[in-house]
Design a protein around this ligand. Structure first.
Ligand code: ATP
Ligand code: MG
Length: 262
C-alpha cells in the first residue's frame, strides 16, 4: 500500500495563507494594479478585520479568497489546499443581502444545501441556521416582509447553513442603522464564539473592527499593501469606551490619514 503523503502546506495548520498576492484590472486600456504583494496568514478560528481606504482593493482580496476569480500572481491556500474556485467551506456575505424575492426566508437559506444536493438529508440545518440568527418565526416570510437588519440576518443564515470553515464578510453591516448594527455586531461575535469558524471581515468602521477582531490589518491606498497589523488582545464582550480600544482607534485613524480631530 502506498502511504498518502501530506502536502507540505497542510502542516502549516493555517486556515488561510495569502502569499505574495498581486492582482490588477484592465481599465481604459491601462493596467490598474490593485493588490501588491500581499501576504497574510490566518490561524484557524481567528477573526481578522481588514481596514483601508475606499477603492484600495479589500473586496478584490475577498473575491480572490472566495475563489470567485483567479489571482494574477502569488498563492492562496485554504486549510493548506490551493484555492482554485468557490467552495462551500468558504462563504461570502456581502453588504447587500441579495435574497431571492420569490423565495420564502427558509428557501433562501436552503439555497446552498440545495445546490450541493444535501437538502433532503440536511434540512434540519436550515432550521438551526434560522434559529441562530433569531429568525425562526419568520421562516415562511418573504424578503419584502423583513426589515433591513432581518434581511441581512437571513443572508448570514444562508452562509452559516453551509457550516463554513471560513466566513468572508464584506461590510455585512454597512447598510444597517447604528442600533441594528450594534445588535448584529454582538450576534456576529456570539455566533463566532459558538461556531468556531475563521472570519475575515472588511469594514469601514474602525470601532467595529476593534470590537470584533483578534487582529486588525490596515491597508494602504491602491495598490493595497499591508500598512500595519495590530493584535487586539482583549476578551469579549468588548466595550467601545475601553481606553485601550479608544487609543488603538486613534492610532488606526492616524494610519488611515484621518488626524487628531477624529
Ligand atoms: N471587475 C473590475 N474591473 C475593473 N476594475 C475593477 C474591478 N473590480 C474592482 N476594480 C477596481 O479595483 C479597485 C479596488 O476595488 P475594490 O472593490 O477591491 O475596493 P475596496 O477596497 O473594496 O473599496 P470600498 O471600500 O469602496 O468597497 C478599484 O479601483 C476598482 O475600480
Ligand atoms: Mg469593497
Amino acid at each position: 500500500m502506498v502511504a498518502l503523503e501530506k502536502a507540505p502546506e497542510a502542516s502549516t495548520g493555517l486556515a488561510l495563507r495569502i502569499e505574495n498576492l498581486s492582482h490588477g484590472f484592465a481599465l481604459d486600456g491601462q493596467h490598474l494594479p490593485v493588490l501588491e504583494r500581499v501576504s497574510l496568514d490566518v490561524a484557524p478560528g481567528e477573526f481578522v478585520a481588514l481596514l483601508g481606504p475606499s477603492g484600495c482593493g479589500k473586496s478584490t482580496l475577498l473575491r480572490l479568497v472566495a475563489g470567485l476569480e483567479p489571482a494574477d500572481s502569488g498563492r492562496l491556500l485554504a486549510d493548506g489546499e490551493p484555492i482554485t474556485g468557490p467552495d462551500p467551506s468558504r462563504v461570502v456575505v456581502f453588504q447587500d443581502p441579495t435574497l431571492y424575492p420569490w423565495r420564502r426566508v427558509w428557501d433562501n437559506v436552503a439555497l446552498g444545501l440545495e445546490a450541493q444536493g444535501l437538502l433532503k438529508t440536511h434540512a434540519a440545518r436550515v432550521d438551526e441556521a434560522l434559529d441562530k440568527v433569531g429568525l425562526s418565526p419568520f421562516a415562511r416570510a418573504y424578503p419584502r416582509q423583513l426589515s433591513g437588519g432581518m434581511a441581512q440576518r437571513v443572508a448570514l443564515a444562508r452562509a452559516l447553513v453551509n457550516q463554513p470553515r471560513l466566513l468572508i464578510l464584506d461590510e455585512p453591516l454597512g447598510k444597517l442603522d447604528s442600533l441594528t448594527r450594534i445588535t448584529m455586531q454582538k450576534e456576529l461575535i456570539d455566533l463566532w464564539q459558538r461556531q468556531g469558524y475563521t472570519a475575515l471581515l472588511v469594514t469601514h468602521d474602525v470601532e467595529e473592527a476593534l470590537l470584533l477582531a483578534n487582529r486588525v490589518i490596515v491597508f494602504s491606498d491602491r495598490p493595497a499593501k499591508i500598512q500595519a497589523q495590530l493584535s487586539i488582545d482583549r476578551p469579549y464582550p468588548r466595550h467601545r469606551d475601553d481606553p485601550y480600544l479608544v487609543d488603538l482607534r486613534r492610532q488606526i485613524l492616524g494610519l488611515l490619514g484621518l488626524g487628531e480631530s477624529w
